[in-house]
Design a protein around this ligand. Sequence first.
Ligand code: HEC
Length: 245
Amino acid sequence: MSPGPEGFTLGQASLPMRLMTTLFLLCVALGFVSAQINLMERVGREDGVPGPPSLRDVQWHFAGNPRQSRLARAISPGGVMAMHISGEERAEVLGWIEGGAPEDIYRARMLPIFESRCLGCHATADGVRMPILGDFDQIRPVTQPGQAMTVAQLALVTHQHALSIPVFLVLLGTALWLTHAATGIKVIGMVLPLLGTMIDLSCWWLTALVSPAWAVGVFAGGVMMGLGLIPLLTVPLWEMWLRRG
Ligand code: HEC
């Protein structure tokens, strides 16, 4: 048993504090479930087989998909941009990509499609994950299979995760700290997920820029996060509502 500072534990907290902490834990649990669904939709489908991400899915996601270009994958049925394009136009764009994406056909046939369907969002350089479809030089890389994530894309997704995940992990960790859980359990909840986050994010870069073999580190980081979340999400709830004192 190792209660928090000066013997105070979450179970002794007033009702508003326990309600706030409980709702926070539930929000994080909801976020975690949504993150898993997002992973299945975004990364899990990378090799065309839906379901939880495989090692190959993760490798292709960061180091480049050798079968399909980003543009083809995005507009194909099930892709993230599929809803923006009709069947006929889709076939035309896919045919153009398969034919090596020549510039003359881009100007004559593709640009009008992109102008009416895509450029409302894809015209400016605001978001680095968004290819700029109105400029042939910018669109070329997204028509080629096997393109690894660029430093700009990696930096975008990394900062979004690195600056948000630790914030909720430290809040959850503080709640776990204020319980009677054994030191070993506290280490699993308070240290493992932050370490896992660092390993996960570092291995995105290593997988994309050094070797696809680093994708195992992405899995290892995910497992550390999942293991840590078990005590983080359960022990404080048990302590606040069942154990008390
Ligand atoms: C309503 C705004 C909007 C429209 C319209 C739109 N896109 Fe996008 N597109 C986005 C956003 C936002 C992203 C980046 C976030 C994401 O990956 O979902 C994106 C990402 C992409 C990507 C990159 C996907 C990846 O895997 O990195 C491609 C390729 C793409 N769009 C192609 C298209 C094409 C082609 C069209 C037209 C048929 C289109 N988009 C229409 C907003 C839009």
